[in-house]
Design a protein around this ligand. Structure first.
Ligand SMILES: *Cc1c(COP(=O)(O)O)cnc(C)c1O
Length: 434
């Protein structure tokens, strides 16, 4: 089987005339896999239908939000019902309070929460709050972690930046970049050095507790605990960016799964149920420094938008009701084991990281615990693998350094079809001498 994507190719040519690079977010452009993107017509469950009429098994799931797959009935019905009342008011609605209470119920460390419209806004706002609260200016992030595209966070930012070979971006002023210090994920000594060198100057450490933007990396035993102890001892706020891990690592995020309480948490993706939403929350004592009663300014015309709140709230309630985590973990494991077997059969070295419904196949012969380990992967092997799978109707993320997202809608038959195509794809990688 080899699918044709002629209409997508033509649509991409048209898009490039009016949209920079033809896309509204860089990784969608397939630049890292040397091809043109697939244009989507519709989605249902674990499948998307593209404009050429191909039905593809989707492991992007909108980069994480769609934990129930596309067009989930409960979410769709709730949004259709909410839209009858109007789409936005810029005045308070009760669904915002209901949503906040649900987040507080689910995420252990959050006592108060403010809604925004993207993950980028959540991390940007959390850092301003941390700086305003501590009166300090420097922040620490890890190389390879992505926290959205705000200036001070676009430093060694993984994913897009990694595959595009741009460590930071033109347009980020040096004066801002120099306030961002970088440490190494899973290496507590690298944090200790920064705390010694910049004593009493570090407002916050922001980290993906389970990084998903250099491919999936898991925390080594004790690493997050040590980071909690270190930040607390230095009067520095610990910010967990759970935009991916929230409601995916567990219903209470990575913090619940590993039982480590950050001071602030950033959320996004799943929390919007497929609409544009982000949130940041934490201790009431810190959150109360926000305007209007506090002095740290933060705002948004569409923040807490009733349609987005409805989609998000319905998703969180459905997660509670359906409790899909054991089932998702099992599906992920099935996929990982099947992929490992297929790779081994064709003598292709891979290292597969998996947690719950997240998975990355690194084309390297060493275990991947860090950004440096991830960078030993063969992006050429990934490109061949990706292309071979797409030709058979399996849509992976178009970059080595991303997570595959599994949803509750992925059936055994989808996983079987994926493994069958992967067998051919690993063979193609082996034949290319990768
Ligand atoms: C996607 C992502 C963001 C940014 O969220 P946007 O909604 O794309 O702005 C921030 N942090 C992490 C960990 C993410 O994966």
């Amino acid at each position: 089987m080899s699918l044709s994507f002629k209409k997508s190719q033509a649509a991409y040519e048209e898009a490039k005339k009016v949209i920079p690079g033809g896309v509204n977010s860089p990784v969608r452009a397939f630049k890292a896999v040397g091809n043109h993107p697939v244009f989507i017509q519709s989605g249902q469950g674990a499948h998307v239908t593209d404009i050429d009429g191909n039905e593809l098994i989707d492991y992007i799931c909108s980069w994480g939000p769609l934990i129930f797959g596309h067009n989930d009935k409960a979410v769709q019905e709730a949004v259709l019902s909410a839209v009858q009342n109007g789409t936005t008011f810029g005045m308070p609605t009760e669904i915002e309070t209901t949503m906040a209470a649900k987040i507080i119920e689910l995420i252990p460390s959050i006592e108060k929460v403010r809604m925004v419209s993207s993950g980028t806004e959540a991390t940007m706002s959390a850092l301003r709050l941390a700086r305003g609260y501590t009166g300090r200016e420097k922040i620490v992030k890890c190389g390879g972690c992505y926290h959205g595209h705000a200036d001070h966070l676009l430093i060694q930012a993984g994913s897009g930046a990694m595959t595009f070979g741009v460590p930071s971006s033109p347009g980020v002023p040096e004066n801002i970049a120099k306030e961002t210090l970088t440490a190494t994920y899973n290496d507590i000594a690298s944090f200790k050095q920064l705390f010694e060198a910049y004593k009493d100057q570090i407002a916050a450490v922001i980290i993906e507790p389970i990084p998903g933007n250099m491919g999936l990396i898991l925390p080594d035993q004790g690493f997050l605990e040590d980071l909690r102890t270190l930040t607390e001892a230095n009067g520095t706020l610990l910010i967990f960016d759970e935009v991916i891990s929230g409601f995916r690592a567990s219903l209470g995020g990575a913090q619940k799964r590993f039982n480590i309480m950050p001071d602030l948490t950033c959320l996004g993706k799943i929390i919007g149920g497929g609409l544009p939403v982000g949130a940041f929350g934490g201790k009431a004592e810190v959150m109360d420094h926000l305007a209007p009663f506090g002095e740290v300014y933060q705002a948004g015309t569409l923040s807490g938008n009733p349609l987005a709140m409805t989609a998000g709230y319905t998703t969180l309630c459905e997660l509670q009701k359906r409790d899909p985590y054991t089932q998702l973990e099992e599906k992920g494991k099935q996929l990982k084991e099947g992929l490992e077997e297929a790779a081994q059969k064709h003598g292709v070295p891979v290292s597969i990281n998996h947690l719950g419904s997240l998975l990355t196949v690194f084309f390297t012969d060493q275990p991947v615990h860090s950004y440096a380990d991830a960078q030993t992967s063969s992006t050429e092997a990934y490109r061949i693998f990706f292309e071979s799978l797409l030709a058979e109707g399996i849509h992976l993320p178009p970059s080595q350094f991303e997570c595959w997202f599994i949803s509750t809608a992925h059936q055994d038959s989808d996983i079987e079809a994926t493994l069958k195509a992967a067998d051919h794809a690993f063979k193609a990688v082996a034949e290319a001498g990768q």
